[in-house]
Ligand binder design. Structure first.
Ligand code: SAM
Length: 681
């Protein structure tokens, strides 16, 4: 196991920054850290200091003006604090960069401000207010991990909450300019350690620059030891000197030395990408690419929002393991990401409602599991908390006999409408049709459709759920179809409502447009989508077992709780054997078999051969019934990788989602690789 993986924390909350507001000579109180006894910035000249120390010393105005790359310019910072430095960098970018340029900001923070404190601190700079607004609106929960914020159409901010050295060691991305901020080394010696400078060096692009306000010996020595060249330059105001520097040749990223198969393919041109499948996985990937200026052809047999994403209403929920594992880490990150993403995409809440989800413990076993989960995961109550039957009843607005977990960030979504909205984003062309074959020519892909038409694309994303392994290139992707049927009950006037989505064996959502949706059945290895009365009966039985009082009240109000009179929809979803999604590059299975067959004999002798992948071929699939929580994050992951940007997940979690993970596992265990259900290519 790598050192980076060891640094992945259990799911946990972080301590908020404790501030005092100190009066200054200009009359405005400025934030001061109680724990570190140091200032975040000077209220008097904080802007000018930020411009001098971080912006000018990294030569950003000139570099922004000259930026012509299709990838974004990447700035990373060690202590986000109030975000003043990052907002100044964004303002500088807008002032100097050409219109097609993009900016990617990465910042670490161990003690995030409370949202109110953030807003108060940034109110000192009225001209930054339009930039502060999206930051404050999307300000994440104080949970360790990566939180992606979309500041505007060309500026992205990844907040890596946690200790700077640990978070940078986990970062999957490369940096052009460093803002080495943080409280002064004398006040915060834990941060200014060799591990920090080493992590910075290893995540630097060749020629990456750095700037910092301090000239402390520990910083000069640490930077030099890590490979940075530094020089003293005039400091700001009363500070005589500060440091600026650069790294010519960063050290190699050795983190995947023991798992070379996960080394990502080199960045390749992505002017035009074909996305196959317009469900939530494909439509969100198409939208993520289009936002980056990529031309997208989105191809689907039935149009956007069909198959498993075609329901009128679906639950945005997660189920987290009692003991932390990578799957739970991905799903919690995914839930928080979806929540922010939906709020950005649809602030009016036409497509979703963050009403919260109650996960009821209807058995002693589940109750013990939930108790164990809460004991192991000190997360903020605004993310997940245990609730008694009384509290559950109050939140749901119906009598509930069981305790449970309450997820206030979760809720419900209209998946079909969401897919249609995503597919309508500028830069996306919809093509209705079935792709029957994929072929790689010299430098591009050729897609053959069932009607005989051929389409060309630089890169291809396969997002066709259970059919994702029907192409020759993806045939070794293990996927299982899972049939699921939901039931829909039109409500009579006066029928009771629900305040939360409620999950137990199945789920039921608050009514939408006078219809109560509940279900879904779960039938692995079944691939048909006919409606069945028996499935309606099973959904009804599950609803009655979980919420007998609600069902009694529905009957009393005259609702027709008869399986033969229910409406509904059945669809086929896809699951992987380990129940985590696939999101990443498609391995060249034959090459992996040739390169890594020796692992079957001795798994400790890992060949130093980076994984070979089908150039420009990607997959997002196996989202099961939790795609609303996983697909948008996976879409960002794919779009970021394709466009050569920092990724929105820690590196071990990126590897956890790799579509080749089962292939390498089988190779190590000496098993023959899985084959897809069919191969229409
Ligand atoms: N760059 C900030 C701004 O523009 O407002 C000011 C940074 S403030 C002087 C220092 C920040 O570093 C604080 O927010 C503090 O919580 C954070 N910090 C301190 N130690 C840290 C660590 N080990 N890892 C990550 N952040 C840390």
């Amino acid at each position: 196991m790598s050192a980076a993986r060891d640094a992945l924390p259990a799911l946990c909350g972080l301590t908020h920054a404790e501030l005092t507001w100190r009066q200054h000579e200009d009359g405005e109180p400025a934030p001061h850290s109680t724990a570190f006894d140091d200032v975040y910035f000077s209220r008097h000249d904080g802007r000018a200091e930020s411009e001098h120390v971080f912006i000018a010393a990294n030569d950003l105005p000139r570099r922004f003006r000259d930026w012509r790359a299709s990838r974004p310019f990447v700035i990373a910072e060690t202590g986000f604090g109030t975000g003043l430095n990052m907002l100044c960098a964004w303002a500088c970018f807008d002032a100097h960069a050409p219109p097609q340029a993009r900016l990617h900001l990465v910042s670490t923070e161990k003690f995030p401000l409370r949202r109110d404190d953030l807003a108060r601190a940034l109110s000192a700079w009225p001209d930054l207010a339009p930039r502060a607004a999206p930051l404050i609106a999307q300000w994440p929960e104080a949970v360790a991990g990566v939180h992606r914020l979309w500041l505007d159409h060309r500026v992205t901010l990844d907040l890596h909450f946690g200790d700077a050295s640990q978070r940078l060691a986990l970062l999957d991305g490369q940096v052009d300019a460093w803002f080495l901020d943080g409280f002064a080394p004398a006040k915060n010696p834990e941060m200014w350690q060799a591990a920090l400078f080493e992590a910075m060096a290893a995540r630097s692009r060749p020629g990456a620059t750095l700037a910092t306000f301090t000239c402390a010996g520990i910083v000069k020595r640490g930077l030099a030891a890590a490979g940075f060249h530094w020089r003293k330059v005039p400091g700001f105001g009363r500070k005589r000197e500060m440091l600026a520097g650069e790294i010519a040749t960063p050290p190699e990223d050795g983190r995947r030395r023991h798992t070379p198969w996960f080394v990502p393919p080199a960045a390749a041109p992505a002017r035009h990408v074909a996305v196959i499948g317009a469900g939530i996985a494909g439509a969100s990937t198409a939208a993520a690419l289009a936002r980056r200026g990529v031309t997208v052809t989105l191809i689907d047999r039935e149009g956007p929002g069909s198959g498993g994403s075609g329901n009128a209403q679906g639950a945005l929920y997660v189920k987290l393991a009692a003991d932390t594992n990578d799957q739970s880490r991905v799903y919690l990150a995914g839930l928080l990401c979806s929540r922010r993403w939906l709020a950005m995409l649809d602030p009016q809440g036409e497509l979703w409602q963050p009403c919260g989800v109650l996960q009821l413990a209807t058995s002693d076993k589940e109750q013990r599991r939930q108790t164990r989960f809460l004991a192991h995961h000190p997360l903020p109550e605004s993310v997940v908390r245990g609730v008694s039957p009384t509290t559950a009843s109050r939140l749901a607005g119906t009598p509930i006999d069981h305790p449970g977990l309450d997820y206030p960030q979760a809720g419900w979504v209209r998946p079909a409408a969401l897919c249609a909205r995503l597919a309508a984003q500028p830069g996306i062309r919809i093509r209705r049709g079935e792709v029957v074959a994929l072929q790689r020519n010299a430098a591009a892909w050729s897609l053959t459709l069932a009607d005989g038409e051929r389409l060309g694309a630089d890169q291809v994303v396969i997002a066709t759920a259970a059919r994702a392994n029907r192409f020759a290139h993806s045939a070794t992707l293990p996927l299982q179809p899972v049939r699921g049927q939901i039931s829909q009950l039109p409500l009579p006037p006066g029928a009771p409502s629900l305040g939360r989505v409620i999950c137990a064996g199945g789920y039921v959502s608050p009514p939408l447009h006078g219809v109560l949706t509940f279900g879904a059945t779960f039938a692995p290895r079944e691939g048909d989508s006919e409606l069945r009365d028996a499935d309606h009966a099973a959904n009804l039985a599950e609803l009655e077992a979980t919420l007998p009082a609600l069902v009694a009240a529905l009957r009393e109000a005259g609702a027709k709780l008869d399986p033969e009179q229910l409406q509904g929809r059945a669809a086929v979803r896809a699951a992987s054997p380990d129940k985590s999604p696939y999101a990443g590059p498609l391995p060249d299975a034959a090459a992996w078999q040739a390169d890594y067959a020796c692992l079957a004999k001795d798994a400790s002798r890992v060949p130093a051969l980076p994984g070979r992948h089908h150039t420009g071929l990607w997959v997002s699939a196996a989202h099961g019934s939790r795609g609303l929580a996983s697909a948008p994050l996976c879409a960002e992951l794919l779009a970021s990788r394709i466009c050569d940007e920092p990724l929105p997940l820690e590196q071990p979690l990126v590897d956890h989602l790799h579509p080749g993970r089962r292939l390498i596992r089988d190779l190590i265990q000496g098993k023959p690789p899985a084959r897809g259900v069919g191969n229409s290519a």
